[in-house]
Design a protein around this ligand. Structure first.
Ligand code: MRU
Length: 341
């Protein structure tokens, strides 16, 4: 499958995820501002992909920097512009901090060298993410029964990462093992990442996928039609509390009530070791128009007040296991997460 993001001839190229599955349109970002706006407007989305985009954004800013411009001031400007794009996904801040460390270590070099070093670091972040997804998927597939119906929410696939995916990566790896897997994809209102992106990705690979609206999940679990729930994550606190797409918390409660395993698949770059619990994870509130409209069409009164939190936090006690590139973490997460550091 095509990568969601790539560096090409001094540009950051992204598939416009707002237009999928109807059109496969590629957007070329040639400035830091364009990358920042691509993240804000969700041309690119998904925690690891946002981090990769931000790293490339910094490399791009430097690729355009002229001799005589102050690299320290330029770095700060680019860094803070990208930092402000979206507040919840930890991978964004992780990638920016990683780029900052490399910049600090090399800021006194010739500009031409600095440009190459920053680009190489962004490329390394992308390459490593793909390798990490494969490791997560390998560990995760061992948790999937030989025959299973797997419910997933939002899109934690190749589009949300450097490729392959976390939650969808586990599903891909289970299929590769010959397991008989069927996927139930939540449509994931309001942005419809499930209906538009997860369905598109799985269908391309002929992995059986059935679309449901978000409010059907509980009944299907109660009717014995779901064996496993697996989702990605945007930020995981030190105690295992996990922020992910709005609606994830409800799924975890329903899974517990129906004794169905609830798995989170995420790389270490999603862990915020500075946050003790999920209470302090910033939850992005997005434009009310996303709720008033579906696929651009008004579905309610034009001025009705709307709430649009883009994420929720699932308490650690509802999570059966967290699948990482270092292996499978089990409760108590305080301890298992500590062992990662
Ligand atoms: O608002 P989005 O589409 O960026 O939210 C994405 C999610 O919630 C994903 O589940 C998460 O980032 C994990 S992607 C591997």
């Amino acid at each position: 499958m095509l990568p969601a993001i790539a560096w090409k001839n001094k540009a950051v190229v992204m598939v416009d995820q707002r237009k999928l599955p109807w059109k496969e349109v590629y957007v070329e970002c040639r400035t830091v501002e364009q990358v920042a706006r691509a993240i804000e407007s969700m041309i690119i989305r998904g925690a690891p992909a946002i981090g990769i985009a931000a790293a490339y954004g910094l490399a791009l800013g430097f690729a355009n920097l002229k001799m005589g411009e102050d690299p320290v001031r330029a770095f700060e400007k680019f860094f803070y512009r990208l930092w402000r794009t979206r507040p919840t996904a930890q991978n964004l801040f992780w990638a920016l901090e990683r780029m900052k460390k490399v910049f600090e270590e090399n800021k006194n070099r010739k500009l031409s060298e600095l440009k190459k070093i920053l680009l190489a670091e962004a490329q390394a972040i992308e390459k490593e993410d793909l390798e990490i997804n494969k490791k997560i998927s390998e560990y995760g597939q061992a948790l999937i029964p030989e025959k299973a119906v797997i419910l997933t929410h939002c899109n934690a696939g190749g589009l949300a990462t450097a490729g392959y995916g976390t939650a969808l990566g586990v599903i891909r790896a289970a299929v590769k093992q010959g397991k008989k897997v069927k996927v139930l994809a939540d449509e994931t209102r309001p942005f419809l990442q499930g209906a538009r992106l997860t369905v598109w990705e799985l269908d391309k690979e002929k992995i059986p996928v059935t679309l449901i609206t978000d409010n059907m999940a509980g009944w299907l679990m109660n009717s014995g039609e779901v064996d496993v729930v697996i989702v990605g994550a945007d930020r995981i606190a030190h105690n295992g509390d996990t922020a992910n797409k709005i609606g994830t918390y409800s799924l975890a409660v329903l899974a517990k009530e129906n004794k169905i395993p609830f798995y989170v698949a995420a790389p270490l770059s999603t862990f915020d070791f500075n946050l003790g619990t999920g209470r302090d994870i910033p939850i992005e509130e997005r434009n009310p128009e996303e709720v008033r409209r579906a696929c651009g069409k008004l579905i309610t009164l034009p001025n009705v007040p709307v709430k649009n939190p883009a994420f929720d936090v699932t308490p650690a006690r509802l999570i059966t296991a967290i699948i990482t590139e270092k292996g499978i973490l089990r409760p108590p997460y305080q301890q298992s997460i500590k062992s990662l550091k």
